[in-house]
Design a protein around this ligand. Structure first.
Ligand code: ARG
Length: 457
């Protein structure tokens, strides 16, 4: 057992209690952040003459060495310590003696851990944002190559109207673009330093919180020390945004799984991103997409978990909050892995353009356009809708596509049908005439906007 607080105790902590209480097993991941925060704190203590300049320098130098030694594997983080804060401080004291004991002046582990977690999550928001940007690049590439790849669009998972693969992919571009905006919002809102809040009531030392905030590249210090040590909102926001990313990935995964079925065969998964079956030799399974879909539950679970942990917690710090770490670490790792693998999967996937086109042709996806054709010829839309309904019924009975009916057959439903009808309901026309901004025919207007967006941010 190695702890920082034995003074007022007359008995040793029970071993099981000690282990139950300890967080070193998982918060050792925060060693860089912990040391970075301590360096800022020690620098400020020196500048404020709370400790001498020389002491401050000695501490800072030693902290940098400790960080280096851990980075290079020369120093192992010992799980005998209660948490990462105790480990770093004790190692410091081992190395520089009594001067090291001055580091914790005017600081509590409560503001220390609040800071460490913020530094960690802040960085991870940036990394996740970068991964999302790479994913957007992959999506945009598919869009550019497929502005005239015809496929059916669906509502209720029933073929509805023809669209293009570029249009379909563009929907996901929008989703992940919003996800990036959310991450940025969170970053801006959370980027205030809790360091200097002490246990919850600040300290009597003349700390310069502006200075530590600025060393640590925060917008500024937080303004209420009690809130600073109790605030985990930014974790909840992060997990909420991450859950939304996973929700988007799960929808995309589900479509990929459907497109990959024997019935659809819209896509071919690259061998490197599929797996086989131990018994059925013919199988090539979309396991990555399924796993991403499945891991969505795990990330939602993290959100609900921390919301529940924080519910009804009285101010200020409570040990319950230690439960934030494993959950947040796991969710962040999961989301990052999912985005990266997903990007690889969609970048290597091949689209079976003929199948997609044939499928669009086959499902009366041009029925709306047939009705619109009648409207142009002067028939009110409601009547046109009824006429086309009857045409579709005949086609279904005869197992034909609309454009396989002869003009004489069509004329039985309405005498306004002319030879130009075939052109009017061809897949190309259906798409190219949908020119409203955001529609399949207008993707060439949207793609440059996306390109500029990715160039600028
Ligand atoms: N391991 C603790 C956590 O993660 C650090 C803060 C401990 N503070 C305290 N007063 N026990 O929340």
């Amino acid at each position: 057992m190695a702890q920082l607080w034995g003074g007022r105790f007359t008995k040793e902590t029970d071993q099981e209690v000690y282990e139950f209480n300890a967080s070193i097993y998982f918060d050792k991941r925060l060693y860089k952040q912990d040391i970075e925060g301590s360096i800022a704190h020690a620098t400020m203590l020196g500048a404020q003459n709370i400790i001498s300049e020389e002491e401050s320098e000695t501490i800072v130098e030693a902290l940098k060495e400790i960080r280096n030694d851990i980075d290079e594997g020369k120093l192992e983080i010992s799980e005998k310590f209660e948490d990462i804060h105790s480990f770093v401080e004790s190692t410091l004291i081992d190395r520089i003696g009594d001067t090291g004991k001055k580091l914790h002046t005017g600081r509590s582990r409560n503001d220390q851990v609040a800071l460490d977690m913020k530094l960690y999550v802040r960085e991870e928001l940036k990394v996740t944002d970068m991964f999302l940007k790479h994913l957007l690049r992959a999506i945009l590439k598919i869009m550019k190559e497929n502005t005239d790849t015809v496929m059916p669009g669906f509502t209720h998972l029933q073929k509805a109207q023809p669209t293009t693969l570029a249009h379909h992919m563009g929907a996901y571009f929008e989703m992940f673009k919003r996800d990036r905006d959310r991450l940025l919002d969170i970053y801006v809102r959370m980027n205030y330093s809790p360091l200097g809040s002490g246990a919850f009531a600040g300290t009597t030392y003349p700390l310069d919180r502006e200075q530590t905030a600025s060393i640590l590249r925060f917008t500024g210090p937080t303004l209420n020390s009690m809130d600073s040590v109790s605030d985990r909102d930014y974790l909840i926001e992060t997990l909420s945004a991450f859950s939304t990313i996973m929700m988007h990935l799960s929808r995309f995964s589900e479509e990929i799984i459907i497109w990959n079925t024997n019935e659809y065969r819209f896509i071919d998964m690259d061998d490197a991103f599929s797996t086989g079956s131990s018994i059925m030799p013919q199988k090539k399974n979309p396991d990555i997409a399924e796993l991403v879909r499945g891991k969505t539950g795990r990330v939602y679970g993290a959100l609900i978990s921390i919301l529940t942990t924080m519910k009804s917690l009285p101010l200020a710090y409570n040990k319950d909050m230690q439960e934030d770490k494993e959950i947040v670490f796991d969710a962040i790792d999961t989301v990052k892995d999912c985005i990266r693998l997903f990007e690889g999967m969609i970048s290597t996937m091949k689209f079976n353009k003929e199948r997609m086109r044939a499928s669009a042709n086959g499902g009366f996806t041009n029925a709306t356009d047939l009705a619109d054709y009648l409207v142009v010829k002067g028939i009110p839309f409601r009547d046109a809708h009824g006429i086309v309904g009857a045409v579709v019924l005949k086609c279904e009975q005869e197992k034909k596509a609309i454009d396989e009916l002869k003009i004489e057959e069509l004329k039985e439903f309405s005498d306004v049908f002319e030879d130009d009808v075939y052109e009017a309901i061809s897949m190309e026309t259906c798409i190219n005439k949908r020119l409203t901004l955001g529609a399949p025919g207008a993707m060439d207007k949207v793609i440059p906007i996306y390109e500029e967006y990715l160039f600028n941010q």
